[in-house]
Ligand binder design. Structure first.
Ligand SMILES: [Zn+2]
Length: 198
Protein backbone atom coordinates (compact mmCIF):
# COMPACT_ATOMS: atom_id res chain seq x y z
CA UNK A 1 0.00 0.00 0.00
CA UNK A 2 1.37 3.40 -0.93
CA UNK A 3 1.28 6.31 1.47
CA UNK A 4 -1.77 8.62 1.45
CA UNK A 5 -1.36 11.52 -1.00
CA UNK A 6 -1.58 14.18 1.74
CA UNK A 7 1.24 12.49 3.68
CA UNK A 8 3.41 12.34 0.55
CA UNK A 9 2.82 16.06 0.01
CA UNK A 10 3.89 16.94 3.53
CA UNK A 11 7.07 14.88 3.17
CA UNK A 12 7.79 16.66 -0.11
CA UNK A 13 7.22 20.09 1.50
CA UNK A 14 9.67 19.42 4.33
CA UNK A 15 12.13 18.07 1.77
CA UNK A 16 12.26 21.45 0.05
CA UNK A 17 13.70 23.11 3.19
CA UNK A 18 17.48 23.64 3.39
CA UNK A 19 19.35 20.88 5.18
CA UNK A 20 16.37 18.53 5.30
CA UNK A 21 16.98 15.22 3.53
CA UNK A 22 14.36 12.54 2.71
CA UNK A 23 14.82 10.68 6.03
CA UNK A 24 14.40 13.81 8.12
CA UNK A 25 11.36 15.01 6.20
CA UNK A 26 9.75 11.62 6.71
CA UNK A 27 10.53 11.71 10.42
CA UNK A 28 9.12 15.24 10.85
CA UNK A 29 5.97 14.29 8.94
CA UNK A 30 5.21 11.20 11.05
CA UNK A 31 6.05 13.08 14.23
CA UNK A 32 3.40 15.69 13.39
CA UNK A 33 0.83 13.08 12.43
CA UNK A 34 1.37 11.22 15.71
CA UNK A 35 1.42 14.25 17.99
CA UNK A 36 -1.56 16.23 19.28
CA UNK A 37 -3.34 18.30 16.65
CA UNK A 38 -2.41 21.44 18.59
CA UNK A 39 1.31 20.93 17.81
CA UNK A 40 0.71 21.00 14.05
CA UNK A 41 -1.73 23.93 14.38
CA UNK A 42 0.84 26.00 16.31
CA UNK A 43 3.50 25.28 13.71
CA UNK A 44 1.21 26.34 10.85
CA UNK A 45 0.27 29.52 12.73
CA UNK A 46 3.88 30.40 13.58
CA UNK A 47 4.98 29.95 9.94
CA UNK A 48 2.08 32.06 8.66
CA UNK A 49 2.60 34.82 11.23
CA UNK A 50 6.34 35.09 10.60
CA UNK A 51 5.87 34.99 6.83
CA UNK A 52 3.07 37.58 6.79
CA UNK A 53 4.40 40.03 9.37
CA UNK A 54 7.98 40.43 8.14
CA UNK A 55 9.15 42.62 5.29
CA UNK A 56 12.42 43.53 3.64
CA UNK A 57 13.79 46.97 4.63
CA UNK A 58 13.95 49.23 1.57
CA UNK A 59 17.17 50.84 2.84
CA UNK A 60 19.32 47.97 4.09
CA UNK A 61 17.40 44.82 2.99
CA UNK A 62 17.27 43.50 6.54
CA UNK A 63 14.16 41.58 7.59
CA UNK A 64 11.87 43.14 10.21
CA UNK A 65 8.21 43.69 11.07
CA UNK A 66 8.52 47.43 10.41
CA UNK A 67 9.75 49.36 7.36
CA UNK A 68 12.33 50.88 7.48
CA UNK A 69 13.75 48.31 9.88
CA UNK A 70 14.39 49.21 13.53
CA UNK A 71 18.14 49.59 12.90
CA UNK A 72 17.71 52.07 10.02
CA UNK A 73 15.00 53.96 11.94
CA UNK A 74 17.10 54.24 15.12
CA UNK A 75 18.49 57.79 15.38
CA UNK A 76 21.08 56.77 17.94
CA UNK A 77 22.93 54.40 15.56
CA UNK A 78 26.35 55.39 14.22
CA UNK A 79 25.57 56.24 10.59
CA UNK A 80 29.22 56.61 9.60
CA UNK A 81 29.81 52.83 9.44
CA UNK A 82 27.93 50.37 7.24
CA UNK A 83 28.51 46.65 7.78
CA UNK A 84 27.90 44.65 4.59
CA UNK A 85 26.59 41.14 5.35
CA UNK A 86 25.25 38.24 3.31
CA UNK A 87 22.04 37.51 5.16
CA UNK A 88 19.59 38.85 7.79
CA UNK A 89 20.82 36.05 10.09
CA UNK A 90 24.21 37.76 10.10
CA UNK A 91 22.55 41.03 11.16
CA UNK A 92 21.08 39.20 14.15
CA UNK A 93 24.54 37.83 15.04
CA UNK A 94 26.30 41.22 14.79
CA UNK A 95 23.49 42.87 16.79
CA UNK A 96 24.13 40.31 19.56
CA UNK A 97 27.83 41.18 19.45
CA UNK A 98 27.03 44.85 20.17
CA UNK A 99 27.67 46.48 16.78
CA UNK A 100 26.03 49.94 16.71
CA UNK A 101 26.42 51.08 13.09
CA UNK A 102 24.17 50.39 10.11
CA UNK A 103 23.94 47.35 7.82
CA UNK A 104 23.58 46.48 4.19
CA UNK A 105 22.26 42.96 3.52
CA UNK A 106 23.44 41.49 0.20
CA UNK A 107 20.76 38.78 0.22
CA UNK A 108 23.29 36.11 -0.73
CA UNK A 109 26.84 35.75 -2.03
CA UNK A 110 28.49 35.24 -5.37
CA UNK A 111 28.54 31.54 -6.22
CA UNK A 112 29.56 30.20 -9.60
CA UNK A 113 28.23 26.80 -8.54
CA UNK A 114 24.73 28.18 -7.97
CA UNK A 115 24.97 30.66 -10.84
CA UNK A 116 24.72 33.70 -8.55
CA UNK A 117 26.62 36.78 -9.74
CA UNK A 118 27.28 40.18 -8.23
CA UNK A 119 24.26 41.63 -10.03
CA UNK A 120 21.93 39.14 -8.32
CA UNK A 121 22.83 40.75 -4.98
CA UNK A 122 21.70 44.15 -3.64
CA UNK A 123 24.87 45.90 -4.80
CA UNK A 124 23.20 48.50 -7.01
CA UNK A 125 21.23 49.62 -3.96
CA UNK A 126 24.47 49.84 -1.96
CA UNK A 127 26.05 52.01 -4.68
CA UNK A 128 22.97 54.25 -4.53
CA UNK A 129 23.29 54.50 -0.74
CA UNK A 130 26.94 55.52 -1.10
CA UNK A 131 25.93 58.26 -3.56
CA UNK A 132 22.97 59.51 -1.50
CA UNK A 133 24.49 59.48 1.96
CA UNK A 134 28.16 58.44 1.82
CA UNK A 135 29.21 56.61 5.00
CA UNK A 136 32.74 57.19 6.30
CA UNK A 137 33.47 53.48 6.17
CA UNK A 138 32.05 50.31 4.63
CA UNK A 139 33.02 47.13 6.45
CA UNK A 140 32.79 43.98 4.33
CA UNK A 141 31.52 41.29 6.68
CA UNK A 142 30.79 38.43 4.31
CA UNK A 143 31.67 34.98 5.63
CA UNK A 144 35.39 34.14 5.85
CA UNK A 145 35.13 31.17 3.50
CA UNK A 146 35.93 30.79 -0.22
CA UNK A 147 32.69 32.26 -1.59
CA UNK A 148 32.48 34.93 1.11
CA UNK A 149 36.06 36.10 0.43
CA UNK A 150 35.42 36.00 -3.31
CA UNK A 151 32.29 38.10 -2.89
CA UNK A 152 34.19 40.65 -0.77
CA UNK A 153 36.93 40.87 -3.41
CA UNK A 154 34.41 41.49 -6.21
CA UNK A 155 32.68 44.17 -4.14
CA UNK A 156 36.03 45.92 -3.58
CA UNK A 157 36.59 46.03 -7.36
CA UNK A 158 33.03 47.23 -8.04
CA UNK A 159 33.09 49.97 -5.40
CA UNK A 160 36.62 51.18 -6.21
CA UNK A 161 35.45 54.15 -8.24
CA UNK A 162 32.97 55.35 -5.60
CA UNK A 163 35.99 56.32 -3.46
CA UNK A 164 34.36 54.75 -0.40
CA UNK A 165 36.71 53.68 2.41
CA UNK A 166 36.47 49.90 2.52
CA UNK A 167 37.58 47.59 5.32
CA UNK A 168 37.29 43.85 5.94
CA UNK A 169 36.51 42.15 9.26
CA UNK A 170 39.56 40.55 10.88
CA UNK A 171 40.42 36.90 10.33
CA UNK A 172 39.57 35.62 13.79
CA UNK A 173 36.70 33.40 12.86
CA UNK A 174 37.80 29.75 12.92
CA UNK A 175 38.14 28.03 9.53
CA UNK A 176 34.94 26.35 8.44
CA UNK A 177 32.76 28.38 10.82
CA UNK A 178 30.22 30.93 9.62
CA UNK A 179 29.32 34.27 11.19
CA UNK A 180 26.11 32.87 12.66
CA UNK A 181 28.00 30.05 14.42
CA UNK A 182 30.64 31.95 16.39
CA UNK A 183 30.41 33.67 19.76
CA UNK A 184 29.56 37.35 20.34
CA UNK A 185 33.10 38.08 21.54
CA UNK A 186 34.70 36.59 18.41
CA UNK A 187 32.39 38.74 16.26
CA UNK A 188 33.03 41.92 18.19
CA UNK A 189 36.80 41.25 17.96
CA UNK A 190 36.44 40.65 14.20
CA UNK A 191 34.74 44.04 13.77
CA UNK A 192 37.16 45.74 16.16
CA UNK A 193 40.21 44.37 14.30
CA UNK A 194 39.00 45.22 10.80
CA UNK A 195 41.68 46.11 8.28
CA UNK A 196 41.74 48.55 5.39
CA UNK A 197 41.20 47.34 1.83
CA UNK A 198 41.42 50.63 0.00
ZN1 LIG B 1 17.05 48.73 7.41
Amino acid sequence: MSRPRSVERLIESFGRLPGIGPKTSERLTYFLLRSEKRVAAELVKAIEDARNSTKVCSQCFNLDEVEPCRVCADETRDRSVVLVVEDPRDVAAFEESGFRGLYHVLQGRVSSLEGIGLDDLTLTALEQRIRDEPPEEIVLATNPDLEGEGTAQLIVERLAETGARLTRIARGIPAGATITQVSKSILSDAVEGRRPLS
